[in-house]
Design a protein around this ligand. Structure first.
Ligand code: ATP
Ligand code: MG
Length: 419
């Protein structure tokens, strides 16, 4: 990808009307654009990160049997009336269609997935089954001041699991805890992410949130560092202010962002839709459900919050928009400049040919060295390569990791094998 033809440009300054760190940085660097409060466009760089997060999620969930589908966002009032949520879901965007029909924009998809699953699951032989999607959700959120951490339109992975009994759900629920940690580890959030006990609703005593510690967080959690477990402030009292794992009473309060959550739903949604199966003895039994969410934009925004410095973003390797930022420093001497261009074009081709994604700053003319370096830091690819007259004197390129001061020269012939 060439910076000279990239659709977006970076800005010299962060947007003035934006308070959150994630949106300020991501907008300045050209990853996202704000249309209105809580509604964002993903631009080429941002979409690359988002797609990488999506693929990590797909890979990990497919490994444990998840099957991907795509449900609609436009949903009829009737299904929401079946569960009573047409009246009770405050944040639901309700709209009128033709013929006095009413609709809601999907805020979550239990009401769609349960009648869907009912058409394909009849007996114990059809269970368990795990269905998920990665899709836009709409919520009329009151506070939309946290950039992409809290959108009114946002992308969620929502997985729904269907089981014959509670034991089977419990087992899958534990599997999903491990899967979530794998996903957050690959997104670079493992160190700061805590399995957090939260109020569970009617079926289970607790639900679990995956909370990432950062001052930008809207939630307050109490962490037990020994166990790497936390408790949401809202249920702390219920647990007698101690760690549910080891009993430690010195829990530390922290601000955190909920990047994902998992719920045991039991029969909360299967019952209103009459979703049952025949067991081995031929008896009809209600299907037991779990649901599991991750906000993809929220994960992206959380990484921006926890992984940046005063110069810009610092992407973890697996979700970086591109692995390498290749900078060409032009020379006023025509002959030297030609050499620099040839050498950088060659490196660009070689890296791409070996499957390494490169953001190639091939801009000429007005763009100064300082601006090129500032953009490399702002965009935040993990490795910066510089080709200049000075590096070519030694048949080399300069290699520097984002966030480190150390620079080293690597021979042109060794660049690809060094990445
Ligand atoms: P919160 O308490 O932050 O409002 P929630 O309890 O409403 O979250 P769910 O409805 O279970 O969350 O959604 C699943 C996941 O989707 C959340 O864990 C979060 O990562 C993400 N999410 C929820 N609401 C938003 C939003 N408005 N913008 C971006 N991501 C969101
Ligand atoms: Mg919410």
């Amino acid at each position: 990808m060439r910076l000279s033809t990239l659709f977006t440009k970076t800005s010299k300054e962060a947007p003035k009307d934006e308070l959150s760190v994630n949106a300020r940085l991501l907008m300045q660097a050209g990853f996202i654009d704000k249309l209105t409060a809580g509604v964002y466009t993903y631009l080429p760089l941002g979409l690359r990160v988002l797609n990488k997060i999506a693929n990590i999620i797909r890979e990990e969930i497919n490994k444990v049997g998840g099957q991907e589908i795509l449900m609609p966002s436009l949903t009829p009032k009737s299904i929401w009336e079946t569960t009573g949520r047409w009246a009770s879901f405050d944040a639901l965007f309700r709209l009128a269609g033709v013929d006095n029909k009413e609709y809601a924009l999907g805020a979550t998809h239990e009401e769609v997935v349960v009648p869907l699953a009912k058409q394909h699951v009849f007996s114990y032989k059809d269970l368990p089954v795990y269905i998920y999607q990665i899709q836009d959700k709409f919520r009329n959120e009151k506070r939309a001041k946290s950039g992409i951490l809290r959108g009114r339109e946002f992308i969620m992975k929502d997985l729904y699991s269907f089981h014959v009994n509670e034991e089977d759900l419990d087992e899958y629920y534990k599997t999903m805890q491990k899967v979530y940690f794998k996903i957050f580890a690959r997104c670079g959030l493992l160190d700061k992410t805590y399995l957090t006990f939260a109020a569970g609703g009617s079926f289970a005593k607790y639900s679990h949130e995956f909370q990432t510690i950062t001052p930008a967080g809207e939630d307050e959690i109490y962490i037990c560092d020994g166990c790497k477990i936390a408790v949401n402030a809202e249920i702390l009292g219920e647990l007698g202010n101690k760690c549910p794992n080891c009993g430690n009473q010195k829990l530390q309060p922290e601000k955190a962002i909920e990047v994902g959550n998992i719920f045991k739903l039991g029969t909360k949604y299967s019952e209103p839709f009459g979703f049952a199966y025949f067991d081995e003895a031929g008896n009809k039994r209600p299907v037991i459900m779990g649901c599991y969410g991750i906000g993809l934009g929220r994960v992206l925004g959380t990484v921006a919050e926890v992984s940046h410095d005063e110069s810009g973003l610092r992407w973890p390797k697996e979700i970086a928009p591109l692995a390498v930022h290749l900078v060409t420093l032009n020379s006023p001497d025509i002959e030297a400049d030609n050499k620099i261009k040839l050498a950088s074009e060659k490196i660009y081709r070689e890296l791409e040919a070996s499957g390494i994604e490169v953001l190639f700053d091939d801009r000429e003319g007005e763009t100064s060295t300082g601006e090129k370096f500032a953009d490399a830091d702002l965009i935040g690819c993990p490795i910066r390569l510089v080709v200049s007259e000075r590096t070519l004197e030694q048949d080399s390129v300069e290699v520097k990791k984002r966030g480190e001061e150390k620079k080293e020269l690597v021979k042109l012939s060794h660049v690809t094998s060094n990445m």
